[in-house]
Design a protein around this ligand. Structure first.
Ligand code: AP5
Length: 211
């Protein structure tokens, strides 16, 4: 899943996981769990995440080497985010003998992204997100599934969102050409309603629901 902050990568990765059984691996969620647990990685990641910068490649690549293993497929959400991470992923997948199926690019409108993130509510335990405008929980501030409290992410403050968008343009957008050149890129219009985007991704992947 490749796209700017707020484009809906996590929303769609979770739907694909529920409907088709492939495991969602979100680097953002993993890093937030490390922060919660106060691990050394979590402590080091915090200073970058809070100012909207990327966590250094060496830390991310080491973390992902521990997360990826063979077996059934997985959906990468928020990784890779730099060309160095993409090169490392190629090596990891080769070792696992698990080829990349596709890279889904979330094509997005900037103003709408900022609006989406300012009305996003997140379950800090599962990473599941809601949106006060487009996808509200049944009870405001409460997760439909576990009944626990929803929060607003500190890096969803407008100034930090602008920084994250600039970082995306500078460090992550070069991956669009990288994956187009390698023949993996498939684009979706991420500004359409959630279910329409999901249907388009399923169509692109030729996905069938899990038995
Ligand atoms: P991360 O958590 O990965 O954040 P992000 O990539 O900025 O993506 P977001 O989670 O903000 O957005 P999303 O596209 O998943 O949108 P969502 O589905 O929630 O990373 C956070 C930080 O961790 C980074 O800044 C960096 O510091 C660090 N990090 C993570 N990975 C790293 C890496 N590989 N390398 C280095 N550092 C890394 O949707 C957003 C909102 O819109 C929700 O409210 C949702 O309900 C709503 N919505 C979704 N789809 C639609 C739709 N179609 N229509 C209307 N509303 C919608």
């Amino acid at each position: 899943m490749l796209g700017p902050p707020g484009a809906g990568k996590g929303t769609q990765a979770r739907l694909l996981q529920e409907r088709y059984g492939a495991r969602q691996i979100s680097t953002g969620d993993i890093l937030r769990r490390h922060r919660e647990q106060g691990t050394e990685l979590g402590v080091r990641a915090r200073e970058y995440m809070d100012r909207g910068a990327l966590v250094p490649d060496s830390l991310i690549i080491e973390m992902m080497a521990g997360e990826l293993h063979g077996g059934s497929g997985f959906i990468l959400d928020g990784f890779p985010r730099t060309v160095a991470q993409a090169d490392a992923l190629d090596g990891l997948l080769e070792r696992l003998e698990q080829p990349l199926t596709a890279v889904i690019l979330f094509e997005s409108d900037r103003d709408q992204l900022v609006r989406r993130l300012s009305s996003r509510w997140t379950n800090p335990r599962s990473g599941r997100t809601y949106n006060a405008q487009s996808d509200p929980p049944r009870v405001a501030g409460i997760d439909d599934q576990d009944g626990g409290e929803l929060i607003q992410r500190p890096d969803d403050q407008p100034a930090t969102v602008q920084k994250r968008l600039a970082v995306y343009d500078e460090q992550t957008a070069p991956l669009i050409d990288y994956y187009r050149d390698h023949g993996y890129l498939a684009a979706v219009d991420a500004m359409r309603p959630i279910d329409d985007v999901a249907a388009e991704i399923a169509r692109l992947l030729g996905a069938r629901p899990a038995a």
